[in-house]
Design a protein around this ligand. Structure first.
Ligand code: NAI
Length: 328
């Protein structure tokens, strides 16, 4: 029998947590033969609801679930963690400036990064979902100098999946026939979903679409503003689709990408494509042997260059802001 993998979920009592935990416990995160131990990390006000979720997890009698611990102490929550899903974050409230938002989240992600540094397992893999995801990941990573920087990632897989779905609707090809899409930059409205290297049933996607105006005026804004459209329609932000993307991200990280495909993830830049080193930016990535690699050598046309640069500029500004606040 395999040793269980310890998975820590922060914000476990929130709506993404509720959509995520049952799928982890059922084996969809790591595989149907991998036992898991869950650690639910919450703030004190969230502990009671987390206990309720844990009762429901018990009531599913998942064969793979070997234990559930609940804590409001990051040092306990991340102890021995192999995978950490950092979902809990401080949302932007009315009248809050960007600096206030970054500062409030720094107060969450800096101590969590330190707790990961001091207590997580040597093979820890971190996915930051809580917004602003890229910069929260950067803050946590900077607070964990003993953990290889590449273990800290930010989620743009939901954006990637949204782009797949929109391109599928436009071309009529099933999502399984669409490959090599890329989300570049920040998980924010400046993100750039790029179809120029994508393939639709083996043909170049930009050529199949053959409509640059649709790309500029419909596709890109639909993907980038989808989160707001969901809030408008549902009266609450994306939860099941966000949880699904988190599952996809970690599953790909652990199990790898197909040979003829890649995906998108926020990973530490090595300077590729003019993205300053050290920023956590979304790139086209492959995964193998538990490691993401940035896809190299793609031509970036003018249309793409302007949009990548704009999103990366925003990431640099966020990095400057958290530097100024002493968070990194
Ligand atoms: P929610 O408000 O329903 O739940 C958040 C939970 O986090 C709450 O239970 C809260 O008590 C907990 N929490 C707050 N601070 C914490 C801390 N320091 N430690 C542990 N837990 C803490 O929010 P929801 O809908 O689950 O979303 C969570 C985050 O995910 C938000 O920041 C949201 O913007 C982000 N998000 C990111 C997406 C992406 O694509 N990267 C997509 C959708 C949401």
């Amino acid at each position: 029998t395999r040793t269980p993998v310890t998975v820590t979920v922060t914000g476990a009592a929130g709506q993404i947590g509720y959509a995520l935990l049952f799928r982890i416990a059922s084996g969809q995160l790591l595989g149907a033969d991998v036992p898991v131990k869950l650690r639910l990390l919450e703030i004190p006000q969230g502990l009671k609801a987390a206990e309720g979720t844990a009762m429901e997890l018990d009531d599913c009698a998942f064969p793979l679930l070997q234990g559930i611990d609940i804590s409001d102490d990051p040092n306990v929550g991340f102890d021995g963690a192999n995978v950490a899903l950092l979902v809990g974050a401080r949302p932007r409230t009315k009248g809050m400036e960007r600096g206030d938002l970054l500062e409030a989240n720094g107060g969450i992600f800096k101590p969590q990064g330190k707790a990961i540094n001091d207590h997580a397992a040597d093979d820890i893999k971190v996915l930051v979902v809580g917004n602003p995801a890229n910069t929260n990941a950067l803050i946590a990573q900077a607070a964990a100098p003993d953990v290889p920087a590449e273990r800290f990632t930010a989620m743009t897989r939901l954006d990637h999946n949204r782009a797949l779905s929109q391109l599928s609707k436009k071309t009529g090809a099933p999502v399984s026939e669409i490959k090599k899409l890329t989300i570049w930059g920040n998980h924010s409205a400046t993100q750039y979903p790029d179809v120029f290297h994508a393939e639709v049933a083996g043909k170049n996607a930009a050529e199949v679409v053959n409509d640059e105006q649709w790309l500029a005026d419909t596709f890109i804004p639909t993907v980038a503003k989808r989160g707001a459209a969901i809030i408008e329609a549902r009266g609450a932000s994306s939860a099941a689709s966000a949880a699904n993307a988190a599952i996809d991200h970690v599953h790909t990280w652990v199990n790898g990408t197909d040979a003829d495909n890649w995906t998108s993830a926020g990973v530490v830049s090595d300077g590729s494509y003019g993205v300053p080193e050290g920023l956590i930016s979304s790139f086209p990535v492959t995964a193998a042997n538990g490691k993401f690699e940035i896809v190299q050598g793609l031509d970036v046309n003018e249309f793409s260059r302007t949009r990548i640069d704009a999103s990366v500029k925003e990431l640099e500004e966020e990095r400057e802001a958290v530097r100024g606040l002493g968070l990194i």
